[in-house]
Design a protein around this ligand. Sequence first.
Ligand code: C2E
Ligand code: CA
Ligand code: CA
Ligand code: CA
Length: 275
Amino acid sequence: AKKRGRNRSFWFEPQMEDELRFRNELEAGIRKGIAAGEFVPYYEQQIDLESGKLVGFEMLARWQSPQYGLVSPEIFIPIAEEIDAIGILSECLIRQALQDAKQWDQSLTLSVNISPIQLRDPWFAQKLIQLLVEAGFPPARLEIEITESCLHENIGAVRSIVSSLKNQGVKISLDDFGTGYSSLSQLRSLPFDRLKIDRSFVTELSGEANGKELVEAIVSLGKGLSLPITAEGVESNDVLQHLQTMGELKGQGYLYGKPEDAETTRRRLAELNML
Ligand code: C2E
Ligand code: CA
Ligand code: CA
Ligand code: CA
């Protein structure tokens, strides 16, 4: 572009200047939003695919911004990570989620997503256990979901966090399985309790390509490692039927419902007599 910016910003495209302004605005909004309690947990049902029974919920963060409306975690989680606010944000979400989940039927688990950045905090395990104690929430009902990219962090530090949490009874799931670059030996390097097959593979079950073989291979890998499996992104009956032929799986996805806020979740549970 020939049009030059004002003064010192001569090397800036005007559009870049707008983007930077927006970015600064978002960062400030996130910081303020954390303090103002604008971040809230939503809950997605997790189902035992064989019986169709509800077994738990995954907490998925939402930003109820007065300025932007309901904002997706795909937008604000990466920014919160970059501005070093992910720890405090996650803490305030988990604190709310534990209060909600405490009211639910004792058979229901709560899964929460943990960013690789959080595992760099040597106090992470202690902080999480503190939250459980504070809420009076049974550790065995909590599952943390970590992604394969966590395996590229300082593996010794991650292993010590995982073992502290497991000693307390907290469960550990490997999230988005198949999308990362972990080798099978890395998969064995942490004592996972569950594998979650990423939605991108599950969706392929309804396609013509080799989708079915791929998911079957992942499921038998899980079986070989004695790891229970959850399939993400179950959107259709067609996909459900395929999954049901593969053994005892859990699943979640739009077939069962989109993530809902705490109040809607309560009403759903009241109807099921699970409050
Ligand atoms: P994820 O952990 O893979 O979560 C599943 C995502 O897929 C969720 O998106 C969920 O709403 C969406 N989903 C579930 N079922 C279906 C389906 O049947 N079809 C389709 N098309 N989508 C489905 P969401 O809520 O936008 O979250 C996106 C990602 O943000 C999550 O992916 C997770 O990695 C991250 N995230 C969410 N909450 C938190 C959090 O509190 N902390 C951290 N660190 N990350 C979070
Ligand atoms: Ca997840
Ligand atoms: Ca996923
Ligand atoms: Ca994820």
